[in-house]
Every structure is written in C-alpha cells, then in structure tokens.
Write a protein that binds this ligand. Structure first.
Ligand code: GTP
Length: 222
C-alpha cells in the first residue's frame, strides 16, 4: 500500500500547471479555439456571457501531463484592453486575430503597446511568452490580412511562434499553438530554477572558501 502511495505522489508532483490567457478583438474565434483545443470539437456559436472563470483541463503535452487553466477573455469593444490583474495572472499569452478582419489585426498592435507598457512597469517578473495566431484560415476568400503581415508582427512582438489556423477545420494545428506556449512556459521555469540553483550553489561555494579559511586558522601553529 505504501508503494502505491509513493507512485501516486510521484505522478502528482510531475504534473505541471500552465495558465494561458487568450486575447483578441470580439468575434475572432477565441472561444472556438479554446473549445477546439480542450475537447477537439468545434462549436460554431458559443454563448459567451462576460468574464468567466478559467477552464481547467488536464491534457498530455510531449507525453507529460499538464493541467491547463485557460482564460477566454471577452472584450466588450475593440477598444477594451486587458487589466493588469489578468496580465499578472497568466504564464503565457495567446494572441488571436482573424485573417478576415483587419480591425482585429490592429487590435493586436494596440495590445502589443499595452503589454510592453505592462512589462516595463512590472519589471523582470513579467516574462510571460506569447504566440500569435491568425484564425479563420479556412476563409481565405475573405482575407484582409496577409500571412507575411502576421509573420512580421509576430517577429516585432518577439512572439515565440506565428500560425494561421482554422478553429472550424483544424485540430492538430490549433493544439500546436497552445502546446508551443506550454513548452516555452516550462522551459522558462526550468531556466529560472537552474539560475536560482546556480546562485545558491555559488553562494555555498563562497561559504566553503570561508569555512576552509576558518579551519586553516584553527590549525595548531607549529
Ligand atoms: N469560418 C470560421 N468561423 C469561425 C472560426 N472560428 C470561429 N468562427 C466563428 O466566428 C464567430 C465568433 O467566434 P467566437 O469563438 O465566439 O469568437 P470570440 O473571439 O470568442 O468572440 P467574443 O466572445 O465576442 O470575444 C462564431 O460565429 C464562430 O462560429 C474559424 O476558424 N472559421
């Protein structure tokens, strides 16, 4: 029985938790992408009533279990920008525009300025990585934003990746956008842990030198 307990504990401790927030102008498909990723289904009309608590879902990424918390934000107008509280909450940002809606692309540019300002004010703690997604890729006949424009904006914003996807038609490509973000959050955590460890070990090294000095001086003089 105790060995079973040990197995359960080990499984729990390997579960990483990743909080992702989706930002974008109204109607770009944030809810459709969220539902597609979490359930693999496409829901055409999603009844979104204002701010809702994040969805919690356990999924596998690279054969490792991840507890996702997804916050599907709902801007009431194309002028509304996210609060500092929401920016602080997330480990990663998924920025969405629609390739059929140039105004939604402009919204991402305004959002970029807003996030940059937040990073400047919040300092080194504000490190959440971002991915940029151009949704409604199935509607190329109504395209208003070119693929290259998305690529350039993603580069300017130092996004981890850029993809054109279709929540209505694609499963794997949509999942990969979320998975990219999840991998980067975990990479970042590993790096932070390592640099903390390096600092602690560096400190101990200093102590070791001090201790040696002390014990040397305690040696008998002759
Ligand atoms: N053709 C097509 N339509 C899509 C796609 N994704 C979403 N839609 C449609 O776009 C509309 C808006 O989708 P939502 O998922 O509600 O968009 P949202 O960004 O969550 O909207 P808000 O909640 O108002 O912010 C719906 O009618 C969806 O069916 C897509 O990939 N292709």
């Amino acid at each position: 029985m105790s060995s079973n307990l040990r197995v359960i504990r080990r499984k729990k401790s390997s579960l990483s938790e990743v909080k992702i927030v989706l930002f974008g102008a109204p109607g770009v498909g944030k809810s459709a992408l969220t539902v597609r990723f979490l359930t693999k289904r496409y829901i055409g009309e999603y009844d979104h009533h204002g701010d809702q608590p994040p969805y919690k879902y356990e999924l596998m990424v690279d054969s490792e279990p991840v507890l996702f918390e997804l916050l599907d934000t709902c801007a009431k107008t194309a002028g509304e920008l996210p609060s500092t509280k929401t920016l602080d909450w997330a480990d990663g940002f998924l920025l969405v525009y629609s390739i059929t809606d140039r105004e939604s692309f402009s919204y991402i540019k305004r959002l970029h300025a807003h996030i940059s300002q937040w990073r400047r004010e919040a300092g080194p703690a504000a490190t959440a990585p971002m991915v940029l997604v151009g949704n409604k890729g199935d509607m190329i006949h109504l395209r208003q934003v070119g693929y290259e424009e998305g690529e350039i904006l993603a580069r300017d914003m130092e996004c981890l990746s850029f993809r054109e996807v279709s929540a209505s038609e694609q499963v794997t490509e949509v999942a990969e956008a979320f998975n990219d973000l999840c991998r980067e959050v975990n990479n970042h955590r590993r790096k932070s842990k390592q640099s903390l460890l390096d600092r602690v070990l560096g400190g101990r090294g200093g102590l070791r030198v001090y201790a040696r000095g002390k014990s040397d001086s305690a040696l008998p003089k002759d």
